[in-house]
Design a protein. Structure first.
Length: 452
């Protein structure tokens, strides 16, 4: 057993960032490196890492297989609970989930669970068609992580599954919201092709609208799953927010990704800006900031709390610093200034309070008489939050006061023909949370149909 207190670090490719949107974190590229890190796992009988994982991946078991040099068996174990090991092995907030409770972290660094999951995913496991076919048909709206995982689980039970999505490619936020240097599209494409091989049908460039009950009855579906995500940007409602070159983060990232995927023939947004300020402290803010740095833009991240309260993954924060991204902590904008285009930001200084908010972070307030202007700004990106994509739903079932779909623990809505899960229910959460919701819904639908 490797008793080292520090992780075996993954391989990172050193490149000139300018114009380079390729992945730089390569993970463990050899079995030797992966085995060395896997040997640090204590294989705890109570497996706190497994309990902390929203998907409840069998973490000690798959790591044990890597320790034994059997990457294929490791991926087979992961496949019990997920089809996204390659994706979650890149984008999961490991430091806040599985690795946060790793026993190794009590006296050193946690086992690198995420990187080991990514390594295991390099050993291909074929998704096989079900042994028995069922006559029932299920429709899924949204080809993001919740929809894809739901389709997989339903298909393993033999159901006919059709996925509808308004975009040209499947994957939802995996394809369009996460930059390629964090998650190459090829990894999403592998999952989609495997599902197609299982018999899942994809109807892309197909926006579902109108009466949903009529939609499913006309097409012979027994159930429908709504998994349309939450990429609708929230606005700050500040003066000047409508100036040119003020972008909501998701809109910016989605447009940039569509251009890179050759779906749009336009210039990358904010390509010609010299200095851009990103407002926010989450992973989306870091993604936007890193995207802009690769365009050669000077980037300043403005966040109203301190670095300690930032919700972004620490790894992404450290990478952002290495990329030359600047930070203004305890600052908050109150207006965007300019004639036609934004040229400056009016902001105030903030101070932290001892009182905590609902997220467990310290509340903050504006310092009196602290207003300043930041000049020479050529663009602004607001990354404060996002809401559910539900505009297409004409009162089909109960909605919450903040605009999400209301469901029970099994993902069923107030109309027993309809289920919903992922960000469209919870608001923006992680890929693994959405995936687990899709899995739960599939099992619930299966039980409801076999027990009719």
């Amino acid at each position: 057993m490797n008793l080292s207190k520090v992780q075996v670090k993954p391989i990172k490719k050193e490149v000139d960032l300018l114009g380079n949107f390729e992945e730089t974190n390569l993970g463990y590229t050899t079995l030797e490196l992966a085995k060395e890190e896997a040997e640090r796992c204590l294989h705890c009988p109570h497996a706190p890492c497994m309990k902390a994982c929203p998907a409840h991946n069998h973490i000690p078991d798959f790591i044990e297989q890597i320790k034994n040099g059997n990457g294929l068996e490791a991926n087979k174990i992961l496949r019990i609970t997920t089809i996204f090991s390659s994706i979650c092995g890149r984008v999961c907030p490991h430091e806040k989930q599985c690795e946060s409770v790793c026993v190794r972290a009590r006296n050193g660094e946690a086992v690198a669970i995420r990187n080991l999951e990514r390594f295991a995913s390099t050993f291909s496991v074929t998704m096989e068609k079900p042994k028995e076919e069922r006559k029932e048909k299920i429709a899924i709206i949204g080809a993001g992580p919740a929809g894809l995982m739901c389709a997989y689980r339903l298909r393993t039970h033999g159901y006919q599954v059709d996925i509808y999505d308004e975009n040209q490619k499947a994957g939802g936020a995996l394809t369009y919201s996460i930059p390629s240097f964090r998650l190459p599209y090829e990894e999403v494409e592998k999952v989609v092709k495997n599902l197609e091989g299982m018999g899942v049908q994809f109807f892309l460039n197909h926006k579902v609208e109108g009466d949903l009950e009529t939609f499913i009855s006309d097409r012979g579906y027994q159930k429908m799953v709504v998994a349309t995500g939450a990429t609708k940007d929230k606005y700050m409602h500040l003066p000047g927010e409508n100036l040119e070159n003020v972008w909501p983060a998701n809109a910016l990232l989605i447009k940039a990704k569509k251009i890179m995927l050759h779906e749009l023939e336009e210039e990358l947004p904010l390509k010609n800006a010299k200095k851009v300020v990103v407002i926010g402290g989450g992973n989306t803010a870091m993604d936007a900031a890193s995207y802009l740095r690769r365009l050669g833009v000077e980037v300043i991240v403005m966040y109203r709390r301190s670095e300690e309260e930032m919700p972004a993954n620490k790894e992404e924060l450290e990478e952002a610093k290495k990329e030359g991204i600047q930070f203004m902590f305890l600052t908050n904008p109150n207006a965007f200034l300019g004639e036609k285009e934004v040229s400056a930001i009016s902001f105030v200084h903030m101070e932290l309070l001892d009182e905590l908010d609902k997220s467990g972070r310290k509340k903050c307030r504006e310092k009196p008489n602290s207003q300043e202007n930041l000049q020479g700004v050529g663009g602004v990106v607001t990354a404060i939050s996002a809401s559910s994509n539900i505009e297409f739903i004409p009162n089909a079932f109960d909605m919450s006061s903040w605009g999400s779909i209301v469901v029970n623990d099994e993902g069923q809505t107030s109309n027993d023909q309809f289920y919903a899960g992922g960000d469209v229910v919870t608001g923006p959460l992680t890929v693994v949370h959405a995936m687990k919701a899709g899995d739960t819904i599939a099992e619930s639908i299966h039980q409801s149909l076999i027990n009719k």
